[in-house]
Write a protein that binds this ligand. Structure first.
Ligand SMILES: Nc1nc2c(ncn2[C@@H]2O[C@H](COP(=O)(O)OP(=O)(O)OP(=O)(O)O)[C@@H](O)[C@H]2O)c(=O)[nH]1
Ligand SMILES: [Mg+2]
Length: 171
């Protein structure tokens, strides 16, 4: 049964278990009460917070992405620092521009002398995020796979985001 709760239905974003709950409610109480029940569910969902970690190796463009996502450039007062040398030193939280419940966390890059794999997860509080964007440039390397596996181990989803495409195209 525990396994079943992780299963997603054909709708992807609703778990099988939830669908069964909705179906049972509808059958028991009919459409009128079901509509109210669903309206409450939607209200609850509006208060759910989502923490998105922007992670990956150093210099892959994590901070630039966070700024761009927020409609800022590195020169803006409110922007996160980005640059050609190791830049982000502590995880920093930024609110999604259109949804206060979604926060992007600009993390330091993994695999540098300051952020070795040994204690990276602990230092960036890896277990506290709900979803991961793993930034990579040019090639998917060992550390990218390592991060993806660590997310997976915690039952979290991730996207791998490839940057510096312009450089590759130019080359
Ligand atoms: N050409 C090119 N440059 C990029 C791209 N994305 C980021 N950069 C540049 O790459 C450098 C590093 O970008 P950052 O956003 O600071 O990288 P980071 O991953 O946050 O780096 P750390 O915080 O040190 O881990 C900067 O000089 C950016 O301008 C891209 O898609 N193409
Ligand atoms: Mg950075």
């Amino acid at each position: 049964m525990a396994e079943k709760s992780q299963e997603t239905s054909k709708y992807q974003f609703i778990r099988e278990e939830e669908l069964e709950e909705y179906e049972a409610y509808y059958k028991q109480y009919g459409f009128g009460q079901f509509a109210e029940f669903m309206a409450n569910k939607i209200k609850e969902a509006e208060n759910v917070t989502v923490k998105i970690a922007v992670t990956g190796m150093a210099g892959t463009g994590k901070s630039v992405f966070v700024n761009t996502f927020r409609g800022l450039t590195a020169d803006d007062r409110d922007a996160t620092e980005a640059g050609s040398i190791e830049t982000t030193a502590v995880p920093k939280e930024y609110q999604h521009p259109n949804n206060k419940n979604i926060t992007l966390w600009d993390l330091p890059g993994v695999g540098t002398s300051k952020f070795k794999k040994d204690d990276y997860l602990e230092k960036v509080n890896f277990g506290s995020y709900d979803f991961f964007l793993i930034f990579t440039k040019s090639r998917i390397l060992e550390d990218d796979v390592w991060l993806a596996k660590k997310a997976q181990l915690r039952g979290k989803k991730y996207f791998i985001v490839r940057t510096h495409i312009d450089v590759d195209v130019e080359s």
